[in-house]
Design a protein around this ligand. Structure first.
Ligand code: NAD
Length: 187
């Protein structure tokens, strides 16, 4: 499928899944802004992408997505540089159980902010041409499971071993209730 003429913004695009998505978009002839916290990886990524797809098709913007002003600026700079915005992929994510507040900022709040910014720049309601928003998450969001902190997770695994029926996804709510009762009795 050709995405010629389309412009995409990918957060967390310098490494991992985001980088693979950026490559795929460039392969489909879109222009792409790579938004990432990691300056070294971002610059290295741009150098490789320029070599593979030609200069002028992608740009790197260093940005912490949890900084609302920086994220807003990244969207504006994309439109200023490429003239439009059609695809937004809110992909940046971390898994840091010790700094759970930052994790929520990056994995949840920034995704909501990125979605609103995408609407601002793409929605027909604001006089734009419409577009596509993809918010990357984890299957863990659909399969509720007490996972962290690790000590509690060990206990969850023990409980599941003692009660094999709790592993049945269909009984997710019952499983959580039983596990929560067990957790409460441990405190
Ligand atoms: N890899 C998996 O198995 C898996 C599983 C479930 C969900 N996910 C989700 O997929 C997405 C990508 O995961 P991945 O495995 O490619 O991760 P990764 O760690 O390989 O890459 C994440 C990228 O996001 C960037 N980043 C981190 N914090 C940022 C911030 N505050 N601002 C801007 N950029 C930031 C990092 O620098 C990195 O380049 C994440 O949202 C993750 O939660 C991945």
């Amino acid at each position: 499928m050709s995405l010629q003429g389309k412009v995409a913004l990918v957060t967390g695009g310098a490494q991992g899944i985001g980088r693979a998505v950026v490559q795929s978009l460039l392969h489909s002839l879109a222009k792409v802004t790579v938004v990432d916290l990691n300056k070294i990886c971002g610059e290295e990524c741009k150098t490789h992408l320029d070599a593979e797809f030609g200069e002028g098709n992608c740009t790197f913007i260093q940005c912490d997505v949890s900084d609302g002003d920086s994220l807003k600026d990244a969207f504006q700079r994309t439109v200023d540089q490429f003239g439009r915005l059609d695809i937004v992929i809110n992909n940046a994510g971390i898994n840091n159980e010790k700094n759970w507040e930052k994790t929520i900022q990056v994995n949840l709040t920034s995704v909501i902010k990125g979605t609103y910014l995408a609407l601002e720049h793409m929605s027909k309601e604001y006089g734009n041409e419409g577009g596509t928003i993809i918010n990357v998450s984890s299957m863990a969001g659909q399969n509720a499971k007490l996972k962290e902190p690790k000590a509690e997770n060990n206990r969850v695994e023990e409980l599941e071993a003692e009660n094999p029926q709790l592993k049945d996804l269909e009984s997710g709510i019952n499983r959580l209730e039983v596990l929560e009762d067990e957790m409460t009795s441990l405190k």
